[in-house]
Every structure is written in structure tokens, then in C-alpha cells.
Ligand binder design. Structure first.
Ligand SMILES: NC(=O)c1ccc[n+]([C@@H]2O[C@H](COP(=O)([O-])OP(=O)(O)OC[C@H]3O[C@@H](n4cnc5c(N)ncnc54)[C@H](OP(=O)(O)O)[C@@H]3O)[C@@H](O)[C@H]2O)c1
Length: 324
């Protein structure tokens, strides 16, 4: 099979397309012929050796795929050969074929395309877990989403709206904010042009946002701590800006607020039943036509370096997908 291989840590341009041998599956695994592979921000870090989870070169990057089941281990009951599925893998997704642990292979709902499915579990799974279990978002509350046109950001806008929140989307260009409005944002803030803190203050009549979803970190996170409501919850999602923010905890004290960590990868391993319930709800919304995953661009497998470069240069909106 063909695959994109990281032979040495480095920039996306150091990745190579190669012929790689398939491996046999174990009784608890499933083989999937990959029709689409999702690009995720952590992929840009893992190839540089900068992600919290390390992989030793040579390895195939890529954490999520969609495709057709071609082989099923004897212990796996819930899927069969020919099923259309999405799968999460630690690495290995940028390839014509993956072998995944059976318990992270999910059957697709009717009508979901391979491209949509390859960009679904990680970002929607993260945002659902973040807003429901970690943020305890309630109908009528105000949700502020940073990086709101990105992968996790846009899914948080959609889910927040479906949970009944008033959603304020914050991003760096009018085009990105227009996309957020299309997907349900009630209000928008262009933080490349105006102060996030002042804009939130104005939109919430000085109250601040009840829940803040932050996949960006850096200086914007500091503004978030000034924009949080009484009893607010600041959700630590990620650090796309490259800077992990530090918080002076007196700012939480003054608002009776909490900073809450979100780690979806650990959540699905530790709480698989709750995670399955989250996906049931997400797929139900999809089937009811209430939520449409946004795939902004598809690339051939060989163009994985270009797709990763586009993500690093903040050109991506919604999901970028590789098509082997
Ligand atoms: N906690 C978890 O379980 C979990 C799960 C999945 C992902 N994550 C994390 O969430 C973050 C976002 O992931 P994603 O896949 O949504 O990425 P993405 O699609 O690239 O979105 C990230 C957004 O961050 C903003 N940004 C600000 N500064 C940036 C910079 N220097 N470089 C790139 N983007 C920048 C961009 O929006 P603007 O241009 O509008 O500012 C961009 O749309 C990553 O840090 C990832 O590791 C965490």
C-alpha cells in the first residue's frame, strides 16, 4: 500500500510518499481500506516531534480515517467486512489502508460521506465532551469559541448552538466569521481587528461568557480570563498559537470561575460508554439534518505536506481531508 511516511522529524515538506508493506491483524483489530483521512492540528506537531504523544520515525502520521472494512479480527463483533466506518488510530492514517483497534471503529450513519466522516470523530467528539461533560453548558448560557472557523472550533459552534447556547464565534478574518455565521453563530468577533476582551464585554453587557472554548491559547487566552462570567468555565482545548498560557489564579477567584482541562483521547479510553452516548447524540443530530460537517478542501495523498502547510498557515477552515 502507499503511505505518507515521516522518516525524520521536521516540517511537512520532509514527509515522503512510499510503498509500505501491510501487516497482519490481531483478533481484536480491524483492517480498513481508507477512502479519506482527516488532517488534524496535532499531526503538524507529531511530525516535528513536538506533540505530547511521541512517535518514533519512521512512522505514518494521521489519527482518523473513513473507509470500508476489509478484514475483521475474531474477537470483534460490532462490524463486518463491507461496513462503512470511521476509525481513530494513534498514527497510520495517511495511507491506503489502516489496522485499527476494534473498539475505536465506528459504523457510519447513513448519508455521511467518507470525507465528512474522516473529519468527524476527533473534532466533534472533542467538542461534545468539552461542552457537555467538562463545560456543563446549559441552554440560555453564552458560549465564546476561539479559532471558531477551525476544525474543533466550528464543531463547537454547531454543538453549542444545538445545546441551546447563545454562541459568540471569534476568529481572524471576515471570511472565517461568515462561515461561523452559516453554521449557527449568533455573534462574531474578528480578533485580528478588535480587542477580544472589549468585544465580549460589549456583546454580553459586561457579564462575560459563561463558557469559553479555547483551542488557541497564547495572548488571546489572557483576554479570555478577563471575559469570563461569574461561575464561568474556561475550557483548555489546545494551543494552536504555539504558546501555552499561564493563568494568574486570582483572576479565577474574582469570578468564582474554573479552568477545566479537556483531553478527548484519554476520555474515550477511560469512559468508552459515555463517549458512545456522545456519538449517538452527534449522529442523531447529523441524521436529523441539524449539523453539517464542513469539509473545505480535499487533497490527494501525495499532497499531505501541502495540506499540513495550509493548516500551519491558518488557511484551513472546517476540515482538510486527504483522499488516497
Ligand atoms: N484537548 C483535546 O482533546 C483536543 C482534541 C483535538 C484538538 N485539540 C487541539 O485543538 C487545537 C486546534 O486543532 P484544530 O484541528 O481545530 O486546528 P485548526 O483547524 O488549524 O484550527 C486552529 C485555529 O487556531 C487559530 N490559530 C491561531 N493562531 C494560530 C497559529 N499560529 N497557527 C495555526 N492556527 C492558529 C486559527 O484560527 P484563526 O486564524 O481564526 O485565529 C485556526 O483556525 C490544536 O492545538 C489541537 O491540538 C485538542
Amino acid at each position: 500500500m502507499k503511505a505518507i511516511v515521516c522518516k525524520v522529524f521536521g516540517p511537512p515538506e520532509a514527509l515522503v510518499l512510499e510503498e509500505v508493506p501491510s501487516r497482519p491483524i490481531s483478533p481484536s483489530e480491524v483492517r480498513v481500506a481508507v477512502k479519506a483521512a482527516g488532517i488534524n492540528f496535532p499531526d503538524t506537531l507529531i511530525i516535528q516531534g513536538k506533540y505530547q504523544m511521541k512517535a518514533e520515525p519512521p512512522f505514518i502520521p494521521g489519527a482518523e480515517v473513513a473507509g470500508t472494512v476489509t478484514e475483521v479480527g475474531a474477537k470483534v463483533q460490532h462490524v463486518k467486512v463491507g461496513d462503512e466506518v470511521a476509525a481513530i488510530v494513534p498514527v497510520g492514517g495517511y495511507a491506503e489502508e489502516v489496522v485499527a483497534a476494534g473498539d475505536v471503529v465506528i459504523r457510519l450513519p447513513k448519508g455521511m460521506t467518507h470525507a465528512q466522516a474522516a473529519g468527524f470523530p476527533l473534532v466533534y467528539g472533542t467538542s461534545m465532551h468539552a461542552l457537555k461533560q467538562r463545560g456543563q453548558l446549559k441552554a440560555g448560557e453564552t458560549l465564546l469559541v476561539l479559532g471558531a472557523a477551525g476544525g474543533v472550533g466550528l464543531s463547537a459552534v454547531q454543538i453549542g448552538k444545538l445545546m441551546g447556547a447563545r454562541v459568540i464565534a471569534a476568529a481572524s478574518s471576515p471570511e472565517k466569521l461568515a462561515l461561523c455565521r452559516e453554521h449557527g453563530a449568533d455573534e462574531v468577533i474578528d480578533y485580528s481587528k478588535e480587542s477580544l476582551k472589549e468585544a465580549v464585554k460589549k456583546l454580553t453587557k459586561g457579564q462575560g461568557a459563561d463558557v469559553i472554548y479555547d483551542p488557541v491559547g497564547g495572548d488571546l487566552a489572557q483576554e479570555c480570563f478577563s471575559s469570563i462570567a461569574w461561575n464561568g468555565r474556561y475550557l483548555v482545548i489546545g494551543f494552536a498559537s504555539g504558546t501555552i498560557p499561564e493563568v494568574a489564579v486570582n483572576r479565577l477567584l474574582l469570578k468564582g470561575a474554573s479552568a477545566v482541562g479537556v483531553f478527548w483521547g484519554a476520555f474515550i479510553a477511560r469512559e468508552p460508554k459515555v463517549s458512545a452516548e456522545n456519538f449517538q447524540q452527534l449522529f442523531a443530530w447529523f441524521l436529523e439534518g441539524k449539523m453539517t460537517p464542513h469539509v473545505s478542501q480535499q487533497y490527494p495523498l501525495a499532497d499531505a505536506p501541502k495540506a499540513l502547510r495550509d493548516m500551519l498557515e491558518r488557511k484551513a477552515t472546517g476540515k482538510l481531508i486527504l483522499v488516497p
